[in-house]
Design a protein around this ligand. Structure first.
Ligand code: FAD
Ligand code: NAP
Ligand code: SF4
Length: 676
């Protein structure tokens, strides 16, 4: 049997889960969309078909004050419960099980009527919360209970009580946010009273045969968080009060430590769940950066947890469990932890999707993968970067005869550069996935083949898709021809050796990646230990919250990141990851300058002006990371010859290009939708 631990059923007494994989809660934004429940039903039903043991919905508020945003999803009355039957019935008809997460935002609620144990504004919120009265606290406990009872009426198999990540329940537990001195605050007994009363009220409302997962913040990663002893005391009390399972919560949203980004090693927090093993009899769920069946199996086999939670991996591939069980793991589209199409979109108040799987949350909009086209064609796809790979595999899945031409010696385009950046090794997985899919779908691949128009004209193709990508932009600057000036391409390809004092012209994602490469010391033998040390996480839990101060780790080389525009350097980096990249590089001594005018490169270095003042950066290398321009020299001759030609990815538009757009456009061209 493949992954025997992962696929061992989990007996919960009154019900049995078919395997040990939990699809963790994710707010996708579908919750607030018009016609949301139809879309949610299709989204969850597909994941149920994919064979996951249990799923948890995104956070649903028990009352209006707990809304994450104005008019956010809530479960407060029977008509809402009736509407949710669409979701539960769709899931159960596919043989799946689903819990509804009840989440009260507390001081993280995104509206001005927010409430919290104490009136303390969160650093990531614009609003100061109102302090909850004794009466309101009691009413809120009843709201949790009513919500859970309604979830049962709606047909859910259980609820998850969100007690971590710094939301209301978590706010009651820790001194950081609970400064009350009444029966709801003060010593730990009183700080844990609110979660315990919620737990008891919910159990009383739903009866004994209904799953209640309690998500405990086991490592707050903020000052004045819980001690480990408090975590254990709370978990034991929750078990005694009827919790079915305990899920692991890591880090508050306001914590300054990345806990799920791609730079976090796989399974980096399983040790936290393991610490609690043995203290409780009920199943424990491990979380955070578990993105492959191998990692899940390893955690379970080592006895670190009873179940593993994967959330974003189910955006990337709804069929992860089924493929793993059937021995087709090489065809799993792995979550690369980029946050670009999921969390970053949510923070922009858009519906989430997935960079590597644009069908996620679009199940009712995009035709399903592998649906045969009405008219089969012979299609040439030029360029095997993300756009070309996505188009070629999509077209082949629809039955077309696809020929994929790539100038380079391997598929992947710029992903072959991205995967070399320390902390971006997950990009290998996307290339492994596409490589397996090209083979499965019998795409004819021609490597080391730089296509010229004649070749395509002679090939009798019905259609040509140009996915030829981009070329680096060469800015106009006195001294640009100096030998110390190099392109990021040559540096990342290993054609030129890195300098010791390096100025990066441009401060986009690529400049940050180049700076990461330049300032990373040799790979560590124990990546988890290295990551925990670099970010100041203390596995010995000596202080509240599990923090120690973040050490300064100056790199061996000096690096400057420069940009012409004013304001924060790298402001366009991802919302949920950009801060971590900036912080990590600053810690390594990388200097960042905005409002830079480039004056000259000569033997002394790079001459610049900042705020009108001349400066010399005495560097031995200037790396140009100034964006790109489209490469589409094939387009005009093919068009003139009357061929049907479509442009996608960087070949279509270089500005604001990223892999999310490139892969999405490949799918659109494959299903015959306009590329917009
Ligand atoms: P490309 O990836 O450029 O692929 C084009 C392909 O066409 C190339 O393989 C090329 O050899 C081939 N080709 C060109 N002309 C011909 C021809 N005539 N015949 C045959 N083949 C031809 N994006 C993100 O979203 N997130 C990230 O974290 C991220 N990190 C990055 C890190 C680095 C270091 C780099 C360099 C890029 C990163 N990107 C990232 C950008 C992302 O890789 C690009 O947006 C994406 O690769 C664009 O896809 P594409 O298919 O349009 O073009
Ligand atoms: P980019 O994000 O467009 O950044 C280009 C940088 O060059 C900007 O900082 C810009 O700043 C500067 N610049 C532009 N024209 C210039 C000129 N003529 N002279 C000097 N400087 C100039 O491009 P990129 O960094 O090459 O990245 C390419 C794409 O890959 C991006 O769209 C990005 O989304 C994606 N990517 C993403 C990640 C990620 O982690 N999410 C990582 C790597 C790449 P000023 O104009 O202010 O000087
Ligand atoms: Fe994972 Fe990136 Fe997809 Fe989010 S967008 S699910 S992080 S691959």
């Amino acid at each position: 049997m493949n992954y025997p631990n992962l696929f061992t059923p989990l007996d919960l007494g009154f019900t049995t889960l078919s395997n040990r994989i939990l699809m963790g809660s994710m707010h996708t934004g579908l919750e607030e969309e018009r016609g949301s429940l139809t879309r949610m039903a299709a989204y969850f039903a597909e994941r149920a078909r994919g064979g996951v043991g249990l799923m948890v919905t995104g956070g649903i508020a028990p009352n209006r004050q707990g809304w994450l945003m104005p008019f956010g999803a809530k479960m407060t009355n029977r008509s809402e419960a009736r509407r949710h039957q669409l979701v539960t019935q769709a899931v159960q008809s596919e043989g799946g099980k689903i819990c509804m997460q009840i989440l009260h935002g507390g001081r993280y609620s995104g509206h001005p009527f927010l409430v919290a144990p104490s009136s303390l504004k969160a650093p990531i919120s614009p609003f100061k919360p109102w302090k909850m009265s004794n009466r309101l606290i009691k009413a809120t406990i009843q709201d949790f209970a009513r919500s859970a009872a309604l979830a049962r009426e709606a047909g859910y198999d259980g609820v998850e009580l969100m007690g971590s990540e710094g939301y209301l329940i978590n706010q009651f537990i820790v001194p950081r946010t609970n400064q009350r001195q009444d029966e709801w605050g003060g010593d730990f007994e009183r700080r844990m009273r609110f979660p315990m009363e919620v737990m008891r009220a919910v159990r009383a409302a739903v009866g004994p045969d209904f799953i209640i997962i309690f998500r405990v913040s086991m490592l707050d990663l903020v000052e004045q968080g819980s001690t480990w002893e408090e975590v254990v005391q709370l978990a034991k009390a929750l078990e005694a009060a009827g919790a079915t399972m305990i899920n692991t919560g890591i880090g508050w949203h306001e914590a300054r430590i990345p806990t799920i980004a791609t730079l976090v090693p796989r399974g980096a927090y399983a040790w936290v769940t393991e610490r609690l093993k043995g203290a409780l009899a009920i199943p424990l769920i491990a979380t955070n950066r578990i993105n492959t069946p191998e990692k899940g199996e390893e955690i379970l086999a080592a006895g670190m947890a009873d179940m593993v939670s994967m959330a974003r991996p189910f955006l990337a591939d709804p069929y992860l469990p089924k493929k793993a069980k059937e021995g087709r793991a090489q065809l799993i589209n792995t979550c690369i932890g980029c946050n670009q199409a999921c969390l970053d979109q949510i923070f922009d108040r858009k519906v989430a999707s997935c960079l590597v799987n644009p069908r996620a949350c679009q199940e009712t909009i995009l035709p399903p993968d592998g649906q045969l086209a009405k008219q089969l064609q012979k299609v040439a796809v030029v360029g095997a970067g993300p756009a070309g790979l996505s188009a070629a595999t999509e077209l082949a899945g629809r039955g077309h005869e696809v020929h994929l031409f790539e100038a380079g010696p391997e598929i992947g385009g710029q992903f072959n550069l991205a995967k070399r950046i320390p902390g971006k090794e997950e990009f290998y997985e996307t290339l492994r996935y596409y490589s397996s899919l090209l083979e499965l779908r019998k795409v004819k691949v021609y490597l080391n083949t730089r296509v010229v128009p004649e070749q395509l004209l002679e090939g009798n193709f019905d259609r040509v898709v140009l996915a030829t990508g981009v070329v680096p932009r060469q800015p106009v600057m006195p001294g640009i021809e100096h030998p110390m000036v190099v392109s990021y391409l040559d540096l990342l390809n290993g054609k030129v050796a890195p300098g010791r004092r390096v100025a990066l012209v441009g401060a986009g994602g690529i400049a940050f990646d180049v700076a990461t490469l330049l300032t990373t010391s040799a790979p560590s033998a124990d990546p988890v230990d290295h990551y925990l040390k670099e970010w100041g996480v203390d596995p010995s839990y000596a202080q509240r919250g599990g923090l120690v101060s973040m050490p300064l780790l100056p790199a061996d080389c000096n690096v400057w990141i420069l940009q012409r525009s004013e304001g924060k350097v790298g402001a366009r980096l991802g919302k949920t990851t950009g801060w971590a990249h900036r912080l990590a590089l600053k810690n390594r001594g990388v200097k960042m300058l905005s409002g830079v005018q480039y004056e000259l490169v000569d033997d002394r270095g790079l001459h610049i002006k900042v705020g009108g003042k001349a400066q010399l950066l005495e560097v031995d290398q200037v790396v140009i990371c100034a964006g790109q321009e489209s490469l589409r020299d094939l387009y005009a001759p093919l068009k003139e010859a009357g061929l049907q030609v479509e442009l996608i990815g960087g070949a279509l538009e270089a500005a604001e290009l990223d892999a999310q757009r490139a892969i999405r456009e490949g799918i659109l061209v494959g299903v015959g939708e306009p590329v917009v």
